[in-house]
Design a protein around this ligand. Sequence first.
Ligand SMILES: Nc1nc2c(c(=O)[nH]1)N[C@H]1C(S)=C(S)[C@@H](COP(=O)(O)OP(=O)(O)OC[C@H]3O[C@@H](n4cnc5c(N)ncnc54)[C@H](O)[C@@H]3O)O[C@H]1N2
Ligand code: MOO
Length: 401
Amino acid sequence: MLTPDEAEKAILDHMAPFLREDCPLEAAHGRVLRADVRADRDLPPFDRVTMDGYAVRTAVIAAGTRTFRIEGTQAAGMRALKLSPVEHACVEVMTGAVLPEGADAVVPFEQTTRDGDVVTLAAGVAPPAGFSIHRRRSDHAAGEVVVPAGRRISGREIAVAASVGASTLTVSAQPKIAVVVTGDELVEVDDAVGPHQIRRSNDHAVRAALIAAGFPRVERFHLRDLPSEIEHRLWHILAEYDAVLLTGGVSKGKFDFMPAALAAQGVREVFHGVAQRPGKPFWFGVTSHHKPVFALPGNPVSAYTCLHRYVLPALAHASGIVAPAPRLVALATPVNFAPPLAYLLPVRLGSGPHAELLATPDPSNTSGDFAGLIGTDGFVELPADRTAFPIGTVARYFAWV
Ligand SMILES: Nc1nc2c(c(=O)[nH]1)N[C@H]1C(S)=C(S)[C@@H](COP(=O)(O)OP(=O)(O)OC[C@H]3O[C@@H](n4cnc5c(N)ncnc54)[C@H](O)[C@@H]3O)O[C@H]1N2
Ligand code: MOO
């Protein structure tokens, strides 16, 4: 059986990138950027005044001039004025204005006294060249990449794109995702529920997490354990959706039809089974059109854990997101786990006295105990090659979305 890392790699190797499309800047938040954004001009584009005050030449101050005559006012949005050559020339300037030609520093109003058009520097005021000036190109040069592709777009990326005139961004198309739950025991949340029945929770949970992770085009389906129904409806779902997530019907039971039903639809199995708990029966395959099909175990904790360990990273990868560095945490209490399986263990996250991230294990009662996940922040992955994990063991951490 594959280890979790091997399973992850097998999935990523089979994920075809989603298409790209153009998106207006105003609708681009939350999308994944697929083409670099470059500066269309220098940033800042001119020597920008950063304090309200008086633009002067520092050389004349160094030579002893303390009193200046105001020749004009330079507000933000005006073309640059020019200081006359007389030594006591200055221009009143506002934050955000272009520095007047000939000036090389700005003395803030607070460091001066003013009498009509005449300004006197306070005692000791001797600004260096460049004082209160944000120099042209000091942040970025024209042509430089200011937002690299591979990021989910937030307010920061939007701000940069707007400032360089990128009114349309190239983003990843959002995949249409089908979440398909299977099993005769399942009923919808608001339906009457018999003592032998279970309310559908996996599809609601998976849909909510997909949306929270930035994949909003999600539809839910329910298939009963009837081969003819599974065959007919699965065909349509596989044809219509870019990615399919199934839950249930992947273990060894008499009514666990999924692997065979998927094979009958031409979905090629990449693997069935990962050496992990929960989620050992996890199945992954691809259609002849290179669409991924994730068949998650039906147990709610298993489905939700496999979603976070494999499906969300796979969708992010196909969207062009550059994978973040793994997050490492230290166990706050010891763990013993005997089975020769990787242990995906829910934890609460906190920090220790030296700012280290500490994970306190908070296992759910069973892999059916969704309520046991409430209050946890994510899970750690403890490898299969050991059974004892003392306090301080460093482990890889996965956050719930
Ligand atoms: N003989 C074996 N039996 C089982 C094995 C095995 O290796 N050999 N593996 C066990 C493990 S581990 C898991 S996990 C489960 C996975 O089973 P399935 O994927 O076939 O899932 P189901 O049997 O359909 O359902 C399991 C459990 O989850 C409940 N469920 C299913 N869907 C939903 C839903 N949408 N919302 C809420 N709850 C759901 C279902 O009612 C079952 O109780 O197999 C073990 N068995
Ligand atoms: O390992 Mo299964 O996924 O918990 O019951």
